[in-house]
Design a protein around this ligand. Sequence first.
Ligand code: SAH
Length: 376
Amino acid sequence: MDMLQEFHMNKGQGEDSYAKNCNVQNNILSVTKSFVEEAIQGYFDNDFPETMAIADLGCSSGPTALAAVSEIMDMVNARCLRMDRNSASPKFMVFLNDLPGNDFNGVFASLSSFQKKLKEEKGNDFGPCFIAGLPGTFYGRLLPTNTLHFVHSSCSLHWLSQVPPGLDGKDNPMMQNKGKMYASVTSPSEVVDAYKLQFRKDFLLFLKSRAEEMISGGRMVLTLMGRRLNDPISYYPWEFLSQCLMNLVSEGIIEEEKVNSFNVPFYAPYVEELKQLVEEESSFFGYRFGSFEVEWDGHEHVKHNNNELFHSCEVLTQGERIAKMHRAVIGSMLEHFFGGEIMDELFHRYSRVWDDHLTHKPDSKCLSLVVSLIRN
Ligand code: SAH
């Protein structure tokens, strides 16, 4: 799959859309709010730009697309009020970035109500806020040198620029990742190394590209999926999906070859790996690194924020909620590779595996890493 052209979250506003199935991501945004706030405070301690340029990288579509930007502006506004500089609140230039296949039209359609709300809540002296879509990969340059004051990216950097090369086993049969779609405890060490190497290359390129685009003293807060030091390389969701795909193989519904050659362009690093890469690239000061756990289905977000949605979600099992969410994220990729016909069955089985897992391990949680950096 050509990530650049074809990868996208499920579009639109329907039941299966990303917009309706992003509770985990929403939850992660709430938890990392304190990191963003700290970074904004820190920035305004040293500088007060006339126009503040902000980029949200991997913004997707739906309620989370503008959530971070909106929070950032709230924080700047609060900070200005405290400094008694409300009338001189900075103007904002916001860049919403994602891959070209993203539902940018959905995002653009929500902009006028977003602007209207800003005016109502903050008055005419606030901003103004100019918003632009920025299609393209964040693994490379997106903007001119010295443009950005603040960069934010949530739940996006665990996506690699490509599946690590060689995993189809065509050149080296040792590299074939049999029956798995991501590095797993049973994968050959070559496969694990290939994933690590791809992440390393991608993350270094990401840092280098942002270093060029950001002004000195600029801040960046990044959140991504990760693993704990004693966790195995494997990642529950992709392990369980592989298991379900292999079930379909054993029933003759899909070919084993097909599963063997399917791998996801994803990597969940340790926080230590991030620290080391930030140091190695050397353009940023690692201000704060952290990790936290959220429920796999993001249910705590719904519970706290939306009563109506909470009750409609209660009808589903936890496994079903997780399956819906992962289908909204990775469904397009699986469909592209295996065809649409097996999707309902695949995700039905997937939901059952999760229900079973959570019955045995009710404490199982999803780990997220957060990194706050300052451009040197
Ligand atoms: N930040 C949003 C979206 C997370 S989903 C939220 O918190 O809800 C991850 C998003 O990253 C997807 O929309 C995906 O298309 C995007 N993405 C993945 N790789 C990317 C890349 N190389 N460049 C830009 N966006 C990318």
